[in-house]
Design a protein around this ligand. Structure first.
Ligand SMILES: [Zn+2]
Length: 66
């Protein structure tokens, strides 16, 4: 039988139990998470822009006759 815990959430970064009013167990974890999301967003943006460029190149090369 699991022990009954008071209302709580888990740190969004490391998963440790934190009180229900908080999202992170510490400021370090919050900064870690923000930095990670920012890097992820940047990677997504690069991927997105890269695929648009590839698509444009494909369209240009398939329509333009040299
Ligand atoms: Zn944490």
């Amino acid at each position: 039988m699991p022990e009954r815990l008071p209302q709580h959430k888990h740190c969004l970064n490391c998963g440790r139990a934190v009180s229900a009013s908080k999202d992170f167990c510490s400021d370090d974890c919050e900064e870690d998470r923000i930095g990670m999301l920012r890097r992820k967003r940047r990677q997504l943006l690069i991927l997105y822009v890269g695929s648009i460029i590839v698509l444009l190149m494909a369209v240009i090369f398939s329509t333009v006759r040299f």
